[in-house]
Design a protein around this ligand. Structure first.
Ligand code: ADP
Ligand code: MG
Length: 250
């Protein structure tokens, strides 16, 4: 007992995310005979609570692999990943749902239920964690107001614009009050004006206290927002800059 208690309080990390010397190899890929596909190679990244971080890099550079490792959809082949105090190489399976509750995730293709309305799509995330109807009736309108959709809660997803759909997805990701919001190319399907609005929304969410990590290809946005920028190239971190810009490969 004493040992378990001691381990729980040991070494509080100043980082909300700590990736140490992580290599990820997809062993079962088409080139398995050659030892598998190297997606990340010896990656080390530390992120403090409250940071806003862009992850950029060409297609295939390992950005989505990094996101999947952070949400423990994948495990590292080598190295260690610590997220919110969870050692993801050793987390018990029954603890994974509780861990994921503290991470919101947003994808390029929204992944909403198209025939359901806005309210239902967001409430769904609360039902999964067994929130009471009373809580849901309070939390869902509050988060919809936060993403600028207060008047739309009865609209069916398929009748919304792309930008509105992504706002719903962001509301769904936020409704359980995660510490970290992971976004994998959240504006990949949106026009430039809407892209800008969604990025501003993510910036506001960050200013309200959530650690936000955004994978993007959009050099204009990255250059003008002046945030930390981590650049991946073929699975290697080639730069990590405060108030950085997008490195043009051409
Ligand atoms: P990005 O998101 O930057 O485009 P990914 O992380 O999706 O890059 O992919 C990095 C590398 O790993 C690519 O070479 C890709 O083909 C490979 N890869 C991604 N997922 C798998 C998988 N499930 N099996 C095998 N190889 C994969
Ligand atoms: Mg990707």
């Amino acid at each position: 007992m004493a040992e378990i208690k001691r381990r729980k309080v040991a070494k509080p990390s100043p980082y909300i995310i700590e990736i140490n010397n992580v290599t990820k190899i997809y062993r079962d890929s088409s080139n398995a005979a050659a030892g598998g596909q190297h997606a990340l190679h010896n990656v080390s990244i530390k992120i403090e609570p409250g940071e806003f971080v862009f992850i950029v890099g060409e297609s295939g550079s390992g950005k989505s692999t990094m996101i999947k490792l952070l949400m423990r959809e994948l495990t590292a082949t080598e190295g260690t990943i610590n997220v919110m105090g969870y050692d993801l190489g050793h987390i018990r399976h029954r603890k994974i749902p509780k861990f994921r509750r503290n991470i919101g995730i947003v994808f390029q293709n929204f992944r909403l239920l198209p025939d359901r309305n806005v309210y239902e799509n967001v409430a769904f995330a609360q039902r999964i964690i067994q929130k009471s109807n009373k809580d849901i009736r309070r939390n869902v309108p509050a988060v919809l107001a936060r993403v600028g959709l207060a008047g739309k809660y009865k609209a069916k997803i398929k009748h919304l614009s792309g930008g509105e759909q992504q706002r719903v997805a962001i509301a769904r990701a936020l409704v359980n009050k995660p510490s970290i919001l992971l976004c994998d190319e959240p504006t990949g399907n949106l026009d430039p004006k809407t892209t800008w609005e969604i990025m501003k929304l993510l910036e506001t969410i960050n200013e309200q206290g959530t650690t936000v990590i955004v994978v993007t290809h959009n050099a204009d946005i990255v250059n003008s927002m002046q945030k930390r920028v981590i650049t991946l190239d073929k699975g290697v971190v080639v730069s990590d800059e405060e108030k950085g810009g997008y490195i043009d490969e051409d």
